[in-house]
Design a protein around this ligand. Structure first.
Ligand SMILES: [Fe+2]
Ligand SMILES: [Fe+2]
Length: 556
């Protein structure tokens, strides 16, 4: 009989596989102070029989044992005082899904010979042997044995559950840490993104950061191009730096398209050509869908210092994220460069248009632009002001495109009317350029480069510093180049005469601070006005001063 209130058909979940059968049997035997036999219900085999097993034929209760295994909790499957048969389910194993531990227990101390004889018959064992077996044996009545076995099973299940939760918690913590590190790295990288920053610089920094995060001997990266750029960070590089490119090539075409993880199962192949490399994780750097380089980590090395294990999806995902960021940045930078070149070309095309319109002033805009930059540097202007001045200098006379050729190219001195026409070019220039948002900051230079310090200039007769500073600087640069250059109606003045006029005009026609800047930088300025040159980048920061420029002529 089975001591249970539930029908035998009731099915409970089996014990967790992670539980140790040996551990459960050990605990039962320690608690009951006698041995338990182990029965494989599926195969119908007694796996473990100990010397104090009273030779009971357990298979008489085979179907009840099967029920116990299925119900997943200890039960008394036979009770014939002074003996009972206690069955405790064991965790399933791959080849033995239904196993139980069974013990014959004495239910009362010192039972009478008659009672023992009766129980012997009921259990199918020899009476004399049973009497010897029972002598001095501890008694376990059913009301004590069943709760004890149940408590032991539940305690072990609870311990297993706690252990399993700890493992899960540890795993989740590890994943969270990896995710945090990945997010933190990407955040740091995105903070460092700017279109002025080359992806090589970004890659160097990323490789240093990745070497801190990824448990590896080293993190390596390469950007294709001329010249190619290779960067390495870590404690040890298992391949010479000049072999890294060949190494990556040997990983095959798939490594050019997606993240790749190779661990010991692959690198232990006899065909693996790099015995020093046991584990590899790589990610390609793609820009606009095309590979432009790659990132990789070599040799998994846990932070505890021992080798073993391997790279996985976490490292692959981290490298892919960083590679994507660098690839997108490279693509954006390319796009930015293309647009910048387009813009630069448009500006130089406009400058050429001015020169074509008034050949006597050929090169004037370029020289004014660079002289203005040199003067501004002398005055301590910042990068934005220098860029605005260069662009403004190139375009300051763009309004001359709208002036009648006959007036602009007149070889003789201009009449008052003709001069009035010429005086329209600053406002015409502003009108031409004002539809271009990227040129909004140079419009004041274009409009006001003919204002004078004493307010007698045009078009707005602005006095002293009411005129924008960059326009005042351009005005001096414009005058220096105009006076020193040949004109249709006169030769260019010697430098001594130009400087004499500048001195006399300081504080009247021109801002005295700008004139002072000229005298402080006069050799550089004169060099700029003497030497031919190719167009500079519109970003002044990309070329340095002390430079030189072409020699031509102009009209102020
Ligand atoms: Fe002008
Ligand atoms: Fe000019």
């Amino acid at each position: 009989m089975v001591t249970t209130a539930e029908p035998l058909s009731a099915t409970k979940p089996t014990l967790p596989r992670e539980l140790s059968s040996d551990s459960l049997v050990d605990r039962l035997e320690a608690a009951f102070r006698q041995s338990f036999a182990v029965l494989d219900v599926t195969r119908g085999a007694l796996e473990r029989v100990t010397p104090d097993w009273p030779r009971v034929d357990i298979f008489r209760w085979a179907s009840l044992c099967e029920h116990v295994a299925r119900r997943g909790r200890p039960e008394v499957i036979e009770d014939h005082s002074p003996l009972l048969l206690l069955a405790t389910p064991l965790p399933p194993e791959e080849l033995s899904p239904s196993r139980i531990a069974v013990a014959v227990l004495l239910t009362e101390a010192n039972p009478s010979p008659a009672a023992l004889e009766s129980a012997a018959r009921a259990f199918g064992v020899d009476g004399k042997q049973l009497t010897q077996w029972a002598a001095g044996r501890r008694a376990w009545p059913a009301h004590a044995a069943l709760p004890l076995a149940t408590a032991i099973v539940e305690s072990l299940v609870a311990q297993q559950s706690v252990s399993s939760m700890k493992n899960q918690l540890s795993e989740v913590s590890g994943q969270l840490l990896a995710t945090f590190e990945e997010l933190n790295l990407l955040h740091q990288m995105t903070e460092g993104l700017s279109l002025g920053r080359h992806e090589r610089e970004l890659l160097d920094q990323a490789v240093d950061w990745l070497a801190e995060i990824i448990a590896s001997d080293c993190v390596v990266a390469r950007l294709d191009g001329t010249p190619a750029h290779t960067t390495i960070a870590g404690r040890y590089t298992p391949i010479a730096a000049d072999q890294l490119s060949e190494f990556f090539g040997r990983l095959g075409p798939q490594a050019q398209r997606r993240s790749l993880v190779l661990n010991h199962d692959r690198t232990s192949s006899p065909t693996w050509a790099y015995p020093e490399v046991r584990e590899v994780v790589t990610a390609p750097i793609l820009s606009n869908g095309e590979p432009i380089g790659w990132l990789g980590a070599l040799n998994y090395r846990p932070k505890r210092g021992a080798y073993g294990g391997g790279f996985g999806a976490v490292e692959g995902s981290l490298l892919s994220s960083v590679a994507t960021l660098i690839g997108v940045h490279a693509g954006n930078r390319d796009l930015f460069e293309q647009r910048k070149q387009l813009f630069d070309s448009a500006v130089y095309a406009l400058t050429s248009a001015i020169d074509a319109k008034d050949p006597y002033t050929c090169g004037h805009s370029d020289r004014v632009a660079r002289v203005a930059v040199r003067l501004a540097k002398q005055m301590g202007c910042g990068a934005d002001e220098l860029n605005a001045l260069y662009l403004g200098g190139l375009l300051h006379d763009i309004g001359k495109i709208g002036i009648d050729d006959a007036v602009l190219r007149k070889p003789d001195k201009l009449t008052d009317d003709e001069y009035d026409q010429i005086k329209l070019h600053p406002t015409l220039g502003e009108q031409i350029l004002q539809g271009v948002p990227q040129l909004a900051h140079v419009l004041p230079i274009v409009r006001h480069h003919h204002e004078t310090w004493d307010g007698n200039g045009y078009p707005d007769r602005l006095v002293t510093d009411a005129c924008p500073k960059l326009a005042r600087i351009t005005a001096v640069a414009d005058a220096i180049d105009a006076m020193g250059s040949d004109r249709p109606y006169r030769k260019g003045m010697p430098i001594e005469e130009v400087e004499s006029i500048l001195r006399r005009g300081a504080g009247k026609q021109w801002d005295p601070n700008v004139v002072a800047a000229y005298f402080a930088a006069r050799e550089d300025v004169q060099a700029i006005c003497r030497i031919e040159r190719e167009p500079h980048d519109l970003d002044v920061g990309r070329w340095s001063e002390g430079d030189a420029c072409p020699l031509e002529e102009t009209h102020t």
